[in-house]
Design a protein around this ligand. Structure first.
Ligand SMILES: Nc1ncnc2c1ncn2[C@@H]1O[C@H](COP(=O)(O)OP(=O)(O)OP(=O)(O)O)[C@@H](O)[C@H]1O
Ligand SMILES: [Mg+2]
Length: 375
């Protein structure tokens, strides 16, 4: 029996919870050729939502094509070109005049083409190119896509990665090429909020104000409750309201962690799930994670580690410069606290959520946070 709580990527509409509002906003943006920036904390469901959107487009607007490029592993503009060309290859249809032109262009790059032995996906190895040639190649790829005359939605996941490239003016180049296309709609996606906001909301940067923002928060409690109950019921199992409530609270409704806990519960095979079963699964997850958490400890200074524990014990901390917080955890001065918080945010171990009332800090990994509370 397949576990209905997926913890990887996207499978189907039925196994995907809610996101109706975000989805319809994104559908509308696609219909209107509005480029988008999709930002959220890590593991909140960005990639899942993009794939959900592509699925919906296939049903509702089959004339719109979609391409997904994940540039997480890219370190240079060469890698970007390679990943974009591979994604185009995966989605292209042979025996069309466009397909022929695309292949002719790819061949002109003197590539070595192979196929991944596990997935069968195409893998390109492009010959050395000068800076000029690279720019030419990049522009051509976008022009080629555009010249198909069909609307294409391109999602570039982990887009903030372009900030790591050693080449100068990558942003300006991309912005220029993208601006010249007519049939392409872009979704720029990323979880490094500070970088993404700097790329798209800093008046001094090329992409400033060029996209509509879609931000992804937590799935509302009522819809997640219904979703969880339904998945259990559809497999002839029961779960109490109290158990569901505990799941949503303990995982802070952070999608990946909620899915992971439900996945574990389901895998444990209980047919009548109550709160004790949930607590047992929680313990199981913390025990499983322990080896990794102890690794983190090696990577941090003692001060950073204690600070992380302090935030974990608070659950979420708003006043990290206040005397009460500093004293309670013997942190030192407000500026020490600020520096520690900044360093841990930079490492991705802390989240800083900014709203009208100020900044709230929490440990990014919900399970790690619970494990630390016990230390
Ligand atoms: N609406 C949803 N319903 C059910 N499961 C979901 C939903 N959205 C995401 N998930 C699951 O939650 C996990 C995290 O989602 P996803 O990988 O899309 O997050 P992300 O924001 O792209 O994370 P990262 O920042 O690490 O790239 C995945 O296992 C995914 O399958
Ligand atoms: Mg992702």
């Amino acid at each position: 029996m397949d576990n209905p709580f997926i913890i990887k990527s996207y499978e189907s509409k039925e196994l995907f919870c809610d996101r109706e509002e975000e989805l319809s906003l994104m559908m509308r943006n696609c219909a209107n050729h509005t480029d988008m920036t999709l930002i959220s904390q890590r593991r909140m469901g960005k990639t899942g939502l993009i794939l959900r959107l592509f699925d919906e487009l296939k049903d509702v607007s089959p004339e719109i094509h979609s391409i997904y490029v994940d540039i997480f592993a890219s370190r240079t503009i060469d890698d970007f070109i390679k990943l974009l060309a591979e994604a185009m290859m995966k989605s292209f249809r042979p025996k069309t005049s466009w397909g022929d032109r695309f292949m002719a262009f790819i061949k002109s790059l003197r590539p070595q083409l192979s196929f991944d032995s596990l997935t069968g996906d195409p893998q390109l190895q492009i010959a050395y190119q000068t800076v000029h040639e690279k720019e030419y190649t990049l522009r051509n790829l976008f022009e080629l896509l555009d010249s198909q005359g069909e609307q294409i939605v391109i999602a570039i996941d982990e887009f903030q990665q372009i900030r790591e490239y050693p080449e100068k003016n990558v942003e300006a180049l991309l912005r220029t090429y993208i601006q010249q296309t007519h049939n392409l709609t872009f979704i720029f996606c990323g979880s490094k909020k500070h970088l993404m906001t700097d790329i798209f909301a800093n008046a001094k940067k090329p992409f400033y104000s060029s996209t509509a923002f879609v931000s992804l928060g937590k799935i509302p409690e009522p819809s997640y409750t219904v979703f969880i109950r339904r998945q259990f019921n559809e497999h002839q199992r029961q779960i109490t309201d109290q158990a569901i409530q505990f799941i949503l609270e303990w995982t802070r409704r952070h999608t990946y962690y909620t899915q992971q806990l439900c996945h574990t519960l389901f895998a444990n095979g209980c047919t009548n799930v109550d709160i004790d079963d949930v607590k047992q699964a929680c313990n199981q997850l913390l025990t499983q994670g322990e080896a990794v958490y102890l690794q983190y400890r090696q990577l941090l200074t003692d001060k950073q580690w204690s600070y992380l524990i302090a935030i974990a014990k608070e659950g979420s901390a708003r006043k990290i410069m206040a005397a009460e917080f500093l004293k309670k955890y013997a942190i030192g001065t407000p500026s020490v606290s600020r520096r520690l918080a900044d360093a841990l945010c930079e490492k991705g171990l802390l989240n800083d959520d900014i709203d009208l009332n100020g900044t709230t800090y929490s440990v990014s990994d919900v399970f790690l946070s619970h494990w630390m509370e016990r230390q």
